[in-house]
Ligand binder design. Structure first.
Ligand SMILES: [Cu+2]
Length: 181
């Protein structure tokens, strides 16, 4: 994870400069586990950490990765997501078929168990940002708004980062976006 050091501090400054991030954070002490390059926020019993967007391979479409932790004693689920980059964002899952092929499909919800956490990452659950009108690139920050079954809403700033070794967890499926349409 040495990639942090190579990132310009301007990414962080931009992400926090608008006031939105600090509003959403509420308790600043909750940012301590997250590197300076990825977004974090909390609302109620839900914590979002490590929010980021890999530099899109195609200008009109991207994915977003993050981790959601549920500190309550009730199961919760992500049921809707919107972004500042596009009016069309889906909850999506990559599944491996019996024949070993990777396929993506839109899902109705992404469960976050009580006292547990769910990672949105390459090869699993993720957010699918479709039909991006103005392409985003490294250095940009996208605001993600996440809505949960419990009624909790979390807004988090997700920086667009290069696909470096430290950022591409389990990125093995070469055709990550194929088959989505
Ligand atoms: Cu997808």
């Amino acid at each position: 994870m040495v990639a942090w050091a190579a990132l310009p501090l301007a990414v962080l400054a931009t992400g926090c400069g608008g006031g939105t991030a600090s509003d959403a954070l509420g308790d600043a002490s909750d940012t301590r586990h997250t590197g300076p390059d990825k977004g974090a926020a909390r609302s109620g019993d839900l914590r979002v950490e490590e929010a980021w967007i890999p530099e899109p391979a195609m200008p009109e479409m991207s994915v977003a990765y993050l981790t959601i932790a549920n500190d309550s004693t009730e199961d919760d689920a992500l049921v809707d997501a919107s972004t500042s980059a596009s009016p069309d964002t889906d909850l999506c899952s990559t599944v491996t078929t019996d024949s070993g092929a990777s396929q993506m499909r839109v899902v109705e919800e992404i469960p976050v168990p009580a006292g547990g956490s769910t990672q949105l990452k390459s090869g699993g659950f993720h957010l699918m940002v479709n039909d991006i009108p103005d392409p985003v690139g490294v250095g940009d920050t996208v605001t993600l708004t996440l809505s949960f079954v419990s009624g909790t809403e979390v807004e988090v700033e997700a920086p667009v980062l290069e696909r470096t070794a430290g950022n591409t967890e389990e990125r093995d499926a070469g055709g990550d976006h194929s088959g989505h349409h």
